[in-house]
Design a protein around this ligand. Structure first.
Ligand code: GLN
Length: 263
């Protein structure tokens, strides 16, 4: 069976579990197990992980107190196990993020991007809009994307060893601890590039009060780098399980590949 964990320290973890179960019922291609993750022991049983939306600062503080930060970094950056972060989860997966008024927080990292938190403004500037997600299929109907104090990917970082030092020179950003200190296997695995999977354009962008209508390229709201996937919005807050179903198929492929390599 394949075990998928949802980090359950704070935020919309319950909603993710509901939609994962719904997606798995519709496509019962594997024997899935879905669990809430609050301890390193629980994380160790997972083949894949979801980091929900919520409050990234709180989530990372609780993770630190639960001794989960380092195990999470190992999971994402060394083992490169399939991980999906939504909203606050995307912030935690970024290698770099702008600081909050209170400073920064500990990032997990794994995606070579810099995110801009609260890109669209405050809670009251939250919006929903139809988003085109080409990875769900060429003719897939648009996705009802919910943006709540959502981050966007403002920069894709060049993939080279000095990235942390370069980023750390900016005094308004926090960076995830260096990958170099980690296993060299991890370095090889992260030679993968960051793919932009979706940008905010058209009707959805018009709902965002802080977006610039004259901008030629939309804001980046979904990215993937190998097994690490991030979305700015909250698919867990809709009844639409298509992204969950798509992601489970990615997880299944990654687990099959991993098992083959082990043989
Ligand atoms: N902006 C929030 C943060 O910094 C994320 C908001 C969300 O997950 N809805 O964590």
């Amino acid at each position: 069976s394949i075990t998928v964990g949802v980090l359950a320290l704070q935020g919309a973890f319950f909603e993710h579990l509901q939609l994962l179960k719904k997606a798995a019922e519709q496509a019962p291609s594997s024997d899935w197990r879905f669990i809430e993750v609050r301890t390193p022991q629980e994380l160790a049983t997972c083949d894949a992980l979801v980091l929900p939306g919520g409050e990234s600062t709180t989530m990372s503080l609780v993770a630190e107190r639960s001794n989960l930060l380092e195990p999470l970094r190992e999971f994402v950056k060394v083992d490169r196990k399939p991980t999906w972060g939504t909203c606050a989860g995307l912030i935690l997966l970024a290698e770099s993020a702008n600081k909050t008024k209170k400073g920064g927080q500990e990032l997990i990292g794994g995606l070579d991007v810099r995110v801009n938190r609260n890109h669209f403004g405050r809670q009251t500037d939250s919006f929903q809009g139809p988003l085109t997600l080409p990875f769900l299929g060429q003719d897939a109907p648009s996705f009802p994307a919910v943006f709540i104090r959502a981050p966007v990917v403002e920069r894709i970082l060049p993939h080279h060893a000095g990235i942390q030092t370069e980023e750390a020179r900016h005094d308004d950003v926090v960076v995830a601890p260096s990958k170099q200190a980690r296993d060299s296997v991890a370095e090889a695995a992260t030679a993968e590039h960051v793919e932009v999977l979706a940008t905010l354009e058209g009707p959805a962008a018009q709902n965002a009060s802080h977006s610039d209508p004259d901008k030629e390229v939309g804001d980046i709201v979904a990215v993937r780098q190998g097994n690490v996937f991030g979305t700015s919005f909250h698919p867990e807050l809709t009844g639409d399980s298509r992204i969950h179903a798509w992601w489970l198929s990615q997880v299944q492929a990654a687990v099959l590949k991993r098992n083959k390599l082990k043989q």
